[in-house]
Design a protein around this ligand. Structure first.
Ligand SMILES: Cc1cc2nc3c(=O)[nH]c(=O)nc-3n(C[C@H](O)[C@H](O)[C@H](O)COP(=O)(O)OP(=O)(O)OC[C@H]3O[C@@H](n4cnc5c(N)ncnc54)[C@H](O)[C@@H]3O)c2cc1C
Length: 389
């Protein structure tokens, strides 16, 4: 098959997949969002539908039962889902970061054992990095794994873990050597299925991001087989986590694009219906200025996100581009959701509209997968590295 034909077949497949997702969102998700959001209810039925759609295997290679999608197509799917209900994307996104840790750095035996079950959604979970007294400074984690024969014994606490209650397995960042210098050499990543010694100590209540469970996890003499050490070698945990976070940042950027776009489109529609001073508010220049800025932000956020995804797909280092996309798109979501709230006037503050949800959900994108302060530092460091004086 020549490259041109192969590319157009790929483009057709991509369009068909995005169309299937769009129809599912319209038929099975959109009508239920307000109810589930305000009840903070985990969307059990939608999770089953997401399994059928293959979303839990979206970026897992085809040979392991996944869809093997590129980061670019994945970003487009995440954006579409976040336009309707951002919480849903969290249910498969952090699961896929766990899967990416295995598919990028796991041994062949680990890939064969875990990836097919992750892809089908039979085993679902996420990434457990953050602890009560450290998130950004991951090298300060205190969860310890001590080797005992062909097992590790784990003790410690992780917090803010997405899918912590409904998930059954987590990529768990631990210290295997607390004395190591530099500190990251003593860090390892384990695949930790729930079992004796691994408990959920509490469900965390949040401003937004409702429906998806965020939890504190406690490990109390939890025994995990040494065969679950991702990559089979101690000391690679931070590298494994940071590798997974590149895809994570592209996904957060895509969520930002989805939220920013939803806030824009709700405002475009509302401003044509709502009239003041005898004309639709979209004809007032003050509103037009807002819409113009909002639309430009959405477009810029998308271009940055697709650019980062393209570089990731080419197998190149993309921490600067993913950082830029994540930073810009999440700030765009925050700004657009606030502007949408203003455009909707009093109704923007009402729980009957989606706009107040965008306003509550958007700030999370500035925190997760590395705060926006850290993204700007990463960008600056990369600039200095790439352009030495
Ligand atoms: C809803 C939700 C879901 C989450 N899901 C997960 C999950 O699934 N798995 C997981 O492991 N974690 C998860 N997290 C945790 C999240 O990744 C952390 O909250 C985030 O990394 C920030 O860490 P922190 O909260 O400890 O803040 P801190 O690290 O204490 O930072 C506090 C402030 O200081 C700034 N700061 C810190 N260090 C520096 C520095 N060197 N220079 C400049 N500024 C700095 C930060 O930008 C921030 O503004 C989730 C959090 C939330 C709220």
């Amino acid at each position: 098959m020549d490259t041109h034909v192969a590319r157009s077949a790929e483009a057709e497949e991509e369009a068909a997949l995005l169309d299937t997702i769009a129809k599912w969102l319209d038929r099975d998700v959109r009508p239920h969002v307000l109810r589930l959001e305000h009840a903070d209810e985990w969307p059990a039925e939608m999770v089953e539908q997401m399994k059928e759609l293959g979303l839990f295997g979206a970026t897992i290679p085809v040979e392991y039962g996944g869809l093997g999608l590129s980061a670019t197509v994945y970003a487009k799917i995440v954006e579409k889902i976040a336009e309707v209900w951002m919480s849903l994307s969290g249910i498969f996104n952090s699961h896929l970061i766990m899967a990416a840790c295995v598919s990028r750095l796991g041994t062949d035996a680990q890939k064969a054992e875990w990836l097919p079950k992750f892809a089908s959604g039979e085993i679902r979970g996420g990434l457990a990095l953050t602890e009560p007294d450290c998130g950004t400074d991951l090298q300060a984690i205190r969860t310890r794994a001590v080797r005992d024969g062909d097992h590790y014994i784990v003790n410690g606490t992780k917090t803010w873990i997405s899918n912590g209650i409904h998930g059954s397995c987590f990529a768990l960042l631990v210290k295997t050597d607390s004395e190591a210098k530099p500190r990251h050499k003593g860090m390892s990543m384990l695949l930790a299925p729930k079992g004796p010694g691994f408990s959920v100590s509490k469900k965390l209540e949040k401003l937004g991001y409702k429906g998806i469970d965020s939890a504190e996890l406690v490990f109390d003499d939890y025994r995990v087989p040494a065969a679950n050490l991702i990559g089979g070698i101690e000391g690679q945990g931070l590298q494994t986590a940071l590798g997974g976070l590149e895809l994570g940042r592209i996904n957060v950027a895509a969520r930002g694009c989805g939220l920013a776009s939803a806030a824009l489109m709700d405002s475009v529609r509302y401003s044509q219906i709502r009239k003041t001073m005898g004309k639709p508010i979209c004809e007032h220049q003050a509103i037009q200025l807002k819409l113009g800025e909002m639309a430009t932000r959405v477009q810029a956020a998308r271009l940055l996100t697709y650019d980062a995804a393209r570089i990731y797909d080419a197998g190149l280092r993309c921490d600067m581009e993913a950082g830029m996309a994540k930073y810009f798109a999440s700030e765009a979501a925050v700004e657009n959701s606030l502007e949408a709230l203003r455009i909707h006037g009093g109704y923007g503050y009402s729980k009957e509209y989606h706009v107040e949800r965008y306003y509550r959900d958007a700030p999370l994108m500035c925190i997760g997968e590395g705060t926006n302060e850290i993204q700007r530092i990463i960008i600056a460091k990369q600039l200095v590295e790439r352009f030495p004086a």
